[in-house]
Ligand binder design. Structure first.
Ligand SMILES: *Cc1c(COP(=O)(O)O)cnc(C)c1O
Length: 437
């Protein structure tokens, strides 16, 4: 399958090229040209399949032209040694727990798949020495670093803002060693992101070595996220609850929601999606006005959603461009809600008091959006719980007045030795460091 650019001004790319380049030459995002639809009976049979079996089926539809089936199955199975269970909360409301992977957040799914796919291209298709640069405010860095740990031929540089990442988050990418290098930048997350962007533009750095990104602009990171939408549907189908499914997604860069839209496009029956935002609500503004106006992000309790210019918005527009009125079609398919920090705290408290369930601040937005959307009797609501609440221990403990236990996986990270390289936020210093590697 070929990939085109959302800006329509770059040549079609193979999967290999799209994964290694990340962004198209015209700065657009790559989109798969023609995806196989999954037949109704195939989706119907998923209720008796495991997560891994379903993921292999969906992966073959997405990537089967480019990687042979058995290899693809192995990549999928190696990527997903964990489950993403649907858990009933109350009255037709279910939590899709996406936090059972190694770094306890949904980004493990895409990061691990991308690492193994890239590893396959390196082992078999003559790709040499790839450098992955990733700027992080916390969660992306840990998922990417752990996903790529030990994959030969790939070096990962995680750029993070000094003093602005929680100790729990920091230890998940600074204690790994091997092919993972943590760069502690004396600046903000925006400074880190600016350094990565400047590196991709810099001729000398690109000549020195192959550079790619591992955030959700990369097709190998966001498309595999469609796997768990099918699996969630299958779990609900098995208990007769999948007929009118409403799915609420806590959204930042909108990679997760876009993967859900792709699943729907491939044939997954979903009645509508909900984009749940924190105070960074440019998408909600778009739904209300039809105008898309990026803004600088503001800091919130749900910090992985602090995004002022969601990169996957271009993909959403492109997906709906087949309709005569794309804006009307988007509004029909996706509802939007936004929550302040006070709202998030109130939701955490209410759900804990009523159901004994500890939400994380991101999942709390998605849960509350389902409630505010006022589902009908016949509808089932599913919200994506994107991270384990212990990843935001300080916030959650403070709001709920509890002392939530650290899962063993997190505790193990905390016991490692921090290794990171301190750099300033100026590009010259970063480039100089990089060229010496
Ligand atoms: C990254 C992240 C999000 C936002 O996902 P996008 O795909 O960027 O919309 C939501 N919740 C958590 C916990 C995250 O880490």
């Amino acid at each position: 399958m070929k990939y085109y650019s959302t800006n329509k001004d770059a040549p079609l790319a193979s999967l290999k090229r799209a994964v290694i380049k990340g962004l198209a030459g015209d700065k657009g995002l790559y989109m798969p040209e023609n995806i196989d639809l999954l037949k109704d009976f195939v989706i119907g049979e998923m209720k008796d399949m495991t997560f891994q079996e379903i993921a292999c089926t969906v992966a073959r539809a997405l990537f089967g032209d480019d990687v042979n089936g058995d290899t693809l199955d192995r990549i999928v199975i190696d990527s997903l040694p964990f489950d993403t269970p649907v858990v009933p909360l109350h009255d037709h409301i279910y939590s899709l727990e996406l936090f059972h992977g190694p770094t306890l957040a949904f980004k493990d799914v895409g990061a691990r798949f991308m690492a193994r796919l890239l590893g396959y291209f390196i082992d078999n298709e003559g790709v040499r020495d790839v450098n992955v640069l990733v700027a992080t405010s916390g969660d992306t860095g840990s998922a990417v670093a752990n996903g790529f740990l030990g994959v030969e031929g790939i070096r990962v540089y995680v750029l993070y803002p000094k003093g602005k990442v929680s100790p729990i988050q920091e230890c998940q990418f600074t204690t790994l060693g091997q092919n993972i290098t943590a760069l502690e930048i004396d600046g903000t997350f925006d400074d880190c992101q600016a350094l990565v962007k400047a590196a991709f533009m810099d001729e000398e750095m690109n000549e020195h070595s192959k550079l790619t990104s591992a955030n959700s602009i990369n097709v190998a990171r966001f498309l595999p996220q469609s796997f768990y939408y099918f699996y969630a549907y299958a779990q609900l189908d098995k208990i007769g609850q999948a007929d009118e499914l409403v799915i609420s997604v806590p959204s930042g860069n909108f990679g997760n929601l876009t993967a859900g839209l792709f699943a729907h496009w491939m044939g997954l029956p979903v009645k509508r999606f909900i984009a749940a935002n924190n105070r960074n609500d440019v998408f909600l503004d778009y739904l209300k006005t039809g105008l898309y106006t990026p803004r600088p992000s503001v800091a919130t309790l749900a910090n992985a959603m602090d995004v002022g210019n969601p990169s996957n918005f271009a993909r959403i527009l492109d997906l709906f461009s087949i309709y005569p009125n794309p804006y009307a079609a988007i509004r029909k398919r996706i509802a939007g809600y936004r929550y302040t920090d006070e709202d998030i705290a109130a939701t955490l408290r209410r759900v804990y008091a009523s159901y004994g369930y500890v939400l994380d601040p991101h999942g709390a937005c998605a849960y509350q959006a389902l409630i505010d959307d006022k589902l009908t009797e016949s509808e089932t609501g599913l919200f994506l719980e994107t991270a384990h609440p212990a990843k935001f221990k300080n916030t959650v403990d403070n709001i709920l007045g509890i002392d939530i236990a650290l899962p063993p996986k997190l505790r193990a990270f905390m016991e490692g030795d921090k290794q990171s390289i301190a750099l300033g936020k100026d590009f010259a210093g970063f480039k100089d460091y990089f060229l010496r590697q």
